[in-house]
Design a protein around this ligand. Sequence first.
Ligand code: SF4
Ligand code: SF4
Length: 446
Amino acid sequence: MNPASPAKAHPAQALAPNLRTLDFGVLAQCIHCGLCLPTCPTYDATKLERNSPRDRIALMKQIAEGRSDVTKTFADEMYFCLGCLACQTACPAGVNYAEMFESARADVEHQRILENPKRNAIRFVMLRTIFMNPRLLRALGWGIWIYQASGMQSAVRTLGLTRLLPKNLRELEPLTPGIKAPFSDQRIRTIEPSHEPRRYRVGLLTGCVQDLAYPDINRDTADVLQANGCEVITPRFQSCCGSLHAHNGELGLARELARRAIDSFELDALDAIITNAGGCGGHLKNYAHLLHDDPTYATRAVEWTRKMKDIHEWLAEIGIRPPASSGTIQRVTYHESCHLSHGQKIVTAPRKVLQAIPGLQLIELPEASWCCGSAGIYNITQPEMSRQLLDRKMGHIKGTGVSIVATANPGCLVQLEAGARSHGVELRLVHPVSLLAEAYRGQASN
Ligand code: SF4
Ligand code: SF4
């Protein structure tokens, strides 16, 4: 049965169709040991048990067993949780917090418990309209690019005109990512050959926010793949992967986007499908589970999940061709995207990519895997907590004394760029793969 369609469900299940149809083994794994508590940013901030993973799981279990309903308090708690999955890494019992978290938020939306006209309008525009329509998203990207490239954004900021915006928009304005037209389709051809004798043929995901704000990273990813023996296939007008929808209680829309993503690649002809966005990768690897009861897509979703690789993971697997030394010394620190490190357990591969670059000195960042406060749209929905986490992260970055910070997720890049501006720090925020691509280019020009 599709857990998102309550039509045939028992009345008790209809109140929380996702939690109440979740495999009970998932909910029963927690042994209440509390080892996850010190790793949870919300518990760390408040020291309240109700803001901890242990209490959130206990509430979810009560609802799943029909001993409690989805209340406003529960809904607020599930949206105070970052979904950073640090608790999942710390848990000795192997709790699958990601699945519980998605089910819980889907039930909150199913019960329409947090609804109000403003929230509904934002969700309709963002989740149901813009991020479901890649052409519309691209058109919006061009609009913002014109606003920024024409100097209007700088003028508005310099003249303090952002004060005229409503409070919510005023708080969001500094988080507007810089848009870098042209986008990926104009930078990467549909088929790009390997620079070496071809060893692999791979598909490249260009993303949604990544495509507008960091299409240069997509170009760098294609370059690095080509330099490492891969032919690169990049379908046009790719849709959002649906992670934003899955993490915000819209599992039906997430399934629709997963089907679209699968349809856009010829899976049988590819050795791997590559993503360079840590925040998307965990969700992309979950398509087999997301579509497990879809009669048309279940088998292809399993194949998709088997072939889905984060770029660092793929490079570590096939072996990185080291660039020749350029003689340039760079001191770089690395911030881990939550869904790359906690969600996908990819911790050493990005460091290997960085360490493959001659002259690069990797300075370890204290609390490298502690959330920066971006967490999807958390910096919009919970600005105060997000700001606290960003300030903590910026304190650690400043402590390293470096001016280059590598991180592998567009959400983290946008958040840390905003942090650098607000802290008045000159920082270069960069994807590890871009540094590797630069090293290959430097070698070619020597
Ligand atoms: S996902 Fe992050 S914020 Fe949520 S309970 Fe786990 S550690 Fe805490
Ligand atoms: S989620 Fe894991 S670490 Fe946290 S209390 Fe439960 S069993 Fe212990």
